[in-house]
Design a protein around this ligand. Structure first.
Ligand SMILES: [Zn+2]
Length: 370
């Protein structure tokens, strides 16, 4: 059995391979102590079952993420199926017997930078979509931003500040597809709003196989009020573009390691949070719940106390700076416990569907602001 991760988004360290058993560690993010994302290839696995032990899982960023976790496995890197794991004494273990010698194993369905470039190429080939490179990352990659729509309300939609939360960019595919479609929802959305979309806020971390940080080890969603070109140029570039056309609505898309639900966190704790901001959030949450059976409002993060919100986070920073509706969407790494899928768990396909349904909620919100 040969295990490798020297590819776009790959992450694993091989401690030893003996027969059909592999001892592994997850590599830390570059210049950081965070880790949890893994993505590796198995070749020449042999006929029998293969056994994997990730020895440092207990020291990962979110150990609760391993409870009831089922690992993602694919033969073709398109369809990812779920397989049981056990988490004991700090080690995540699983045994795979999938009937082929060569396959891929990942924390969640990966989203490579190569796929990102195909996504951007597909969007920008469509009529009416404008492309901007907002600036360079530390590794010289582009901060890709696409814009569409003629409406007066400005919507900024960003995803994947945390690069290991690949579900966020799968969500983006569905959202953009819905916005580009020849439907009444899409035409209404483009009439009421104009959209600036950054499908990948952290290209360097994505390529490097990081969980949470960029190349310099910066957690971008703790940089918004302190961002510098040296440490977090990704935030600097997007903030600069936001200042030119500030968001009336800002949605920042993420994944959560532990909670098996889709939910939104608002900006309730910012200084000067207004009744109008609270009402807009309520409107959006109700509309999203009505649009998608996968979205819910019962489970989520506890709200920050009034005035105590962390302004280094995008949602709080933008709500505070621009006074609009700002939200963080979280999707599970595990599954939606309200609608479990035994074969796929929470999947890329379901992320895309939830992305498409967000557009309906935005139209409902925009109509109340029209
Ligand atoms: Zn996140």
């Amino acid at each position: 059995m040969i295990i490798s991760s020297a590819f776009d988004g790959g992450n694993i360290e091989v401690l030893s391979v003996e027969g059909d058993a592999a001892e592994l560690n997850i590599r830390t993010d570059t210049n950081s102590h965070f880790f949890q994302w893994f993505y590796f290839r198995v070749t020449n696995g042999g006929a029998g079952p293969q056994i994997f032990h990730i020895r440092n899982a207990g020291e990962a960023a979110f150990p609760r993420g391993w409870e009831d976790y089922r690992v993602c496995v694919s033969i073709d890197r398109e369809t990812w199926t779920r397989h049981d794991t056990t988490f004991a004494d700090g080690t995540l273990s699983f045994t795979l017997d999938i009937g082929t010698e060569n396959y891929y194993v990942a924390y969640f369905a990966p989203y490579t930078m190569d796929r990102h470039h195909s996504f951007i190429a597909g969007i920008t080939s469509r009529l009416g979509w404008a492309y901007r490179d907002l600036g360079a990352t530390l590794m010289g990659q582009s901060m890709d931003c696409v814009s569409v729509g003629d409406g007066p309300l400005t919507a900024w939609i960003i995803a994947r500040q945390h690069p290991g939360e690949t579900m966020a960019e799968h969500w983006m595919e569905g959202f953009v597809e819905a916005l580009a479609a020849d439907t009444s929802v899409a035409s209404e959305a483009r009439r009421l709003m104009h959209f600036h979309i950054v499908p990948n806020m952290n290209p360097d971390g994505s390529k490097l196989g990081n969980l949470r940080t960029n190349q310099a080890g910066a957690n971008l969603n703790r940089e918004w009020n302190v961002a510098t070109l040296e440490r977090s140029p990704e935030c600097v570039h997007v903030k600069k573009a936001m200042e030119v056309d500030p968001p009336a609505l800002c949605l920042d898309v993420h994944g959560d390691e532990a909670l098996p639900y889709n939910f939104i966190a608002g900006a309730e704790g910012i200084p000067g949070y207004t009744n109008d901001q609270a009402a807009q959030l309520d409107d959006f949450l109700m509309a999203y719940k009505a649009a998608s059976p996968d979205f819910q409002t019962k489970h989520g993060y506890s709200k920050s106390a009034p005035g105590k919100a962390n302004l280094s986070m995008c949602t709080n920073y933008t709500a505070h700076a621009y006074g609009g509706l700002s939200m963080t969407l979280e999707m599970p790494f595990k599954d939606n416990a309200n609608r479990p899928d035994a074969v796929h768990g929470w999947s890329a396909e379901r992320c895309r569907d939830l992305g498409a349904k967000a557009l309906e909620a935005m139209v409902v919100w925009a109509k109340t602001r029209d």
